[in-house]
Write a protein that binds this ligand. Structure first.
Ligand code: DGT
Ligand code: CA
Ligand code: CA
Ligand code: ZN
Length: 571
């Protein structure tokens, strides 16, 4: 731990405190301390090693900051920072990181334009609203637009939801070309992987030239890399590659199958074909030079004696064997879900009211929803205590008196404290309709301690669901060290349910562990964790994970009608 590292942690804390509008004196204390430590000739690590107490005598460092410095030197990080990072909406933190913004401007943009995600920021900048905010101006608006258009995650992969958002207008554009017979997205998007490396489009058309010309004319491309009658390629402004293959209609199924992949799946299937003296490639299935199949994927698979295999299963995780044995799962679909089990409202850190959430859930056809606010320990979310929860219970009861769908369940997302106890008294816990438990603080605990903490929580008789079991944020925060095998065993023993959180950057459990839970007989629920009515559609991303985890409706508790669901909660 060098002084600059300690200083950087303090600066980050100051930024986040400023973002949430904390006490200016407290913010200044962190900034001053950061500056002082950075400029200090002596290493704070050394002072801590020799005589930690003398830290508090340094100018601008009181007892409190001295204690934090000792903690940083010993553990390498700062709990307060971790807590702020979990508590403050991640969208806002992303916005704050955009060059030219920073905490003060981000707060102003949030307060004036209600911007709290990068896409909302982008919209505000594109529509020229951003520069109307006091302290922004046109120069900064332009810088923000430039910065956003070059955004590429470090990994070079983007979230599935971002890929969906980018591909939809492109498909719309391509459908405008004359003669298009089929147009599909293949590759990892079609398999619904959680992150996407590039987009693979496939078309069959009567006029390849027209389609190719239309492709390269798409205004979203920053670069065109190929422009031919069978293959075109371009790069979207965020640096995301797009491949378009154009094939004849009689090859469309074979090409779709080939370019959907995964390679690990198609290679063994082609080996099966070879044993039958057949050859499968992207143009069709051939016996010698004679094409025997290729127009549809069903024909291609049938030619090697296999039934249709859903794209989400094509990862070589046992699906070929299951297909041969006639034992493929009948995968859960979005339409099978009858309810959404996690959402937040303006009573805490949500951005839509209870009424708005209920109306939006009604429009989606949900039979039931659970309102699950955070509890008091999460201060920045304005988490509720017993009193706040009881007030919400009354508001929910008034809505339910109208006997309209959806039935609203009174829930809470209770924080699992460091020792595995819950951030709410047992009496309130026992009264709630739905109790989710989840970890938001002290995310860096070692494996055994973190696992004990979570297992203790799900053994609590009032806990129905373990929400976002690893607390990961894809591309931003690693999963906690929790041993999910042990958690799954504990859930199997107690009847607790595990959540598949549908927030596109959570997807937690992921496909691999959701499958392990399913195989262990543990019930799953799919929830959106929506903080705004627009996020209720994230159920789809949870369903994608469940399908990749081989789940059928019977594996997902919120496919049950309300009565059966409530009985399932009571174990
Ligand atoms: P990504 O883009 O990294 O998210 O993942 P994919 O699966 O979309 O991979 P990508 O874009 O490299 O290729 C799209 C599909 O094309 C892939 O899933 C299978 C097929 N493919 C690509 N290269 C090969 C290859 O060398 N052999 C075979 N059999 N298939 C390939
Ligand atoms: Ca791809
Ligand atoms: Ca590709
Ligand atoms: Zn949460």
């Amino acid at each position: 731990m060098e002084n600059v590292d300690v200083a950087r942690l303090f600066q980050q804390v100051a930024d986040l405190l400023e973002l949430r509008g904390d006490n200016p004196f407290r913010i200044r204390a962190y900034r001053n301390a950061a500056r002082m430590i950075e400029a200090m000739p002596k290493r704070v690590a050394e002072i801590v090693a020799h005589d930690g107490k003398s830290l508090a005598e340094l100018p601008g460092i009181g007892k409190d900051l001295a204690g934090k410095i000792v903690g940083i030197v010993h553990s390498g990080h700062l709990d307060l920072l971790d807590e702020l990072l979990t508590e403050i909406p991640k969208g806002l933190i992303d916005v704050m990181a955009v060059p030219g913004l920073g905490p003060k401007r981000t707060r102003a943009i949030h307060d004036v334009l209600d911007v709290s995600t990068l896409s909302e920021l982008e919209r505000a900048a594109r529509t020229g609203k951003l520069h109307t905010v006091k302290g922004i101006g046109e120069v900064i608006e332009k810088r923000v637009l430039d910065a956003l258009s070059h955004r590429t995650p470090e990994s070079g992969r983007i979230l599935l939801s971002e890929a969906d958002a980018l591909v939809a207008p492109l498909l719309e554009h391509l459908r405008g070309a004359r003669g298009v017979v089929r147009l599909e997205v293949a590759g990892s998007v079609r398999r619904r992987r959680e992150t996407i490396g590039d987009l693979d489009l496939l078309a069959a058309t009567e006029d390849a030239r027209e389609l190719a010309d239309r492709f390269v004319a798409y205004p979203g491309f920053a670069k065109i890399l190929a422009h031919g009658k069978t293959r075109c390629a371009g790069e979207l402004q965020r640096g995301l590659g797009v491949d378009l293959r154009i094939v004849a209609p009689e090859s469309f199924g074979a090409a779709l199958y080939y370019f959907t992949g995964a390679k690990a799946h198609t290679i063994p299937v082609r080996a099966i074909a070879r044993k039958r003296k057949l050859k499968i490639n992207e143009y069709g299935v051939f016996r010698g030079s004679r094409r025997i199949a290729g127009a549809t994927e069903e024909d291609v698979l049938a030619s090697v004696g296999l039934p249709y295999i859903a794209p989400e299963l094509r990862e070589n995780r046992g699906e070929i064997e299951a297909a041969r044995a006639g034992a493929l799962p009948a995968l859960v679909e979005l339409a099978d879900l009858r309810g959404d089990l996690q959402m937040h409202t303006t009573a805490t850190d949500g951005r839509s009211t209870l009424r708005e959430m209920v109306a939006a859930a009604r429009a989606l056809g949900h039979a039931y929803i659970a309102i699950t606010e955070h509890t008091q320990v999460l201060k920045i979310t304005r988490g509720l205590d017993r009193k706040g929860l009881l007030a919400q219970r009354r508001a929910i009861a008034r809505l339910n008196e109208r006997h309209e769908k959806p039935v609203v369940l009174w829930g809470a997302e209770v924080d699992i404290l460091e020792d595995g106890t819950l951030d709410l008294d047992d009496a309130t816990l026992a009264e709630l309709d739905v109790v989710l438990a989840s970890v938001h603080t002290h995310l860096d605990m070692p494996r055994a301690a973190m696992t004990d903490r979570i297992v203790r929580a799900i053994r609590h008789p009032a806990v129905h669901v373990l929400a976002h079991p690893t607390s990961r944020l894809i591309g931003k925060r690693a999963p906690t060290a929790v041993d999910l095998e042990r958690v799954i065993a504990a859930a199997a023993a107690t009847g607790a349910l595990l959540e598949i959180n549908g927030q596109p950057d959570r997807l937690d459990l992921d496909d691999v562990y959701a499958r392990a839970a399913r195989d262990a007989g543990v019930g799953l629920v799919i929830s959106t964790d929506a903080h705004h009515v627009d996020e209720l559609r994230y159920l789809r991303y949870g369903v994608d994970v469940a399908r990749r985890a081989w789940c059928e409706p019977k594996h997902v508790a919120n496919t049950l009608p309300l009565g059966a669901f409530r009985a399932r909660l009571r174990r």
